[in-house]
Design a protein around this ligand. Sequence first.
Ligand code: ATP
Length: 299
Amino acid sequence: GAKSHTNVLIQPNFKFEDMGIGGLDKEFSHIFRRAFASRIFPPHIVEKLGIQHVKGMILYGPPGTGKTLIARQIGKMLNAKEPKIVNGPEILNKFVGASEENIRKLFIDAETEYKARGEESGLHIIIFDELDAICKQRGSKNDGTGVGDSVVNQLLSKMDGVEPLNNILVIGMTNRLDMIDEALLRPGRMEIKMEISLPDEAGRVQILNVHTAKMRKNNLLEEDVDVKELASLTKNFSGAEIAGLIKAATSWSFNRHVKVGTVAGVSEDYDKLKVGREDFLGALEEVRPSFGVAEAELQ
Ligand code: ATP
């Protein structure tokens, strides 16, 4: 049946609405189409088209914009469990050859796990956060970080060794695409490069909705909270900063409602604790975006 032609299995209980990602629909569907087309088409079509599986992708952009969220959700979508995220600097080891060995081991573990799951299992995904820590442009090793060319070379050789039909996909994340060794970005390696930038106003509305959904459901959000207004007031905020703003608004509400000295869990004050517009306006005084005011004019 159709199933035997497919070597990417999307978890049946995975719902796109549940991903908890705001404002990245276009990016997500682009990544999905580019990275998984060859794995979803029947093999005879793939052969006729002469396309090869994508082995790797890189998500880049400012901090807190949802790169990890996307990588994690891709992993969950395909494997139904939390993917392991390897932090670039974690790989590094001052002992000669140890960093290279760590990289080698990641691929061996991925292979082993993939095989253990059987033929029809999904992809195994290796996610590297702070990829720039291990994949700096070669030749720049005397910068005191101790990262040698051989670490980059090891990753390159592991990626080249991943047979096109093998079920390993590498996702790398970085704030600095310009720092990444170019050889890693060539076709057959991390060939999909997707910028995840600061959300625009519509994206901020979505992110605000994602992060206030629970409060709203539990009737803890005042009627006067207007996400459209908040989106217009949060120019240049990253997703992470919007999440931070909501937390700060909650504590403003707490300060308004709960008198110092009352005992947690006993006070009736907690029943009145709803987060309102004024709490968000208060929070906006203390939570500011860290990214360029200059960029504001560009949006
Ligand atoms: P870094 O470069 O610092 O690793 P990142 O781009 O990987 O950042 P995430 O770790 O994905 O950022 O985001 C941090 C948190 O911010 C998320 O767990 C989430 O709560 C919130 N967040 C960021 N972007 C979004 C988004 N687009 N939609 C919903 N929440 C978001």
